[in-house]
Design a protein around this ligand. Structure first.
Ligand SMILES: [Zn+2]
Length: 268
């Protein structure tokens, strides 16, 4: 089934080569999406792209798409031409590598939400979730797992898109849910979950410092133990309806009936 193309995407590419647009292609393939907001209330999609172009040799920061209530503008190729790299997450933060196995600048599309009292927040939000759902469709990404907020990757420096979304009375968790809902509503192919083995036990290697929670698959459950990266943990089962952390609700259960989040480990 064809994906519903609700909106036009307007290409308005920055000049290259420049600091903001190197012209390097995303050779690893597009693996995920980073949700941003502009951090600059009242600035429009057109205005941001014009600013980027005018300052293209002063700063290396960039993103692929700007979305406001009127338009979706693509200033670094992502959907309207072979995807190129943009510089939207610091290379030295490593949460992106831990979650997706790639640096955001090398493998993610950056999408900027424009907000402020001159921008209709509902209409801008509709375009924002649609374009992320469309990116999932184009690059065969699971919409429930492939969107991550900039603040989640770089929590000490960034609050976007949480602050921008608050302007339209929406939360980050709602955004993650709404992208998945929009994907399905627009006719995105359901991505079939892999068949699970009848035997649900195994071992998992911790990839980032991880908390083991007492008796329940959620972060508010009592802490049993914090384990370091590299630790190998045994599990006897898992649940797929634990507390979603960044859209991933799978938690493993150990032999003591305690739980750890699957996003913090690698298995198999
Ligand atoms: Zn950002």
């Amino acid at each position: 089934m064809a994906f519903q193309e609700k909106y036009l995407i307007t290409p308005r590419y920055l000049s290259k080569p420049s600091k903001r647009r190197s012209g390097q292609l995303i050779t690893a393939g597009v693996k995920f999406i980073v949700a941003h907001d502009t951090g600059n209330p009242k600035s429009t999609a057109d205005g941001n792209v014009r600013y980027y172009e005018n300052s293209r040799d002063q700063k290396s920061a960039s993103a692929h798409l700007f979305v406001d209530d009127k338009t979706i503008v693509e200033c670094i190729p992502a959907l309207t031409a072979p995807p190129e790299k943009a510089w939207h997450v610091l290379y030295n933060v490593d949460t992106d590598n831990l979650l997706y196995g790639h640096n955001a600048n090398d493998a993610a599309i950056g999408v900027e939400y424009c907000f402020g009292d001159n921008i209709d927040p509902d209409e801008a939000y509709r375009k924002y979730i649609w374009v992320m759902a469309y990116i999932c469709h184009r690059f065969q990404l699971d919409p429930a797992k492939s969107v991550v907020g900039h603040f989640f990757l770089d929590p000490t420096r960034k609050t976007d898109p949480v602050t921008g979304l608050a302007q339209s009375r929406r939360t980050y968790d709602q955004l993650l849910r709404d992208v998945a809902t929009e994907y399905a509503a627009c006719g995105g192919d359901p991505l079939v979950a892999p068949q699970v083995d009848a035997d649900r036990s195994g071992t998992a290697r911790v990839t980032t410092r991880l908390n083991i929670r007492k008796g329940a698959p959620r972060r508010t459950a009592d802490l049993v133990q914090a384990v370091a990266a590299g630790t190998v943990l045994n599990y006897i089962d898992w649940v797929d309806d634990g507390e979603p952390v960044n859209g991933n609700a799978r938690w493993y259960r150990d032999a003591n009936g305690n739980f750890f989040w699957s996003g913090g480990v690698s298995t198999g």
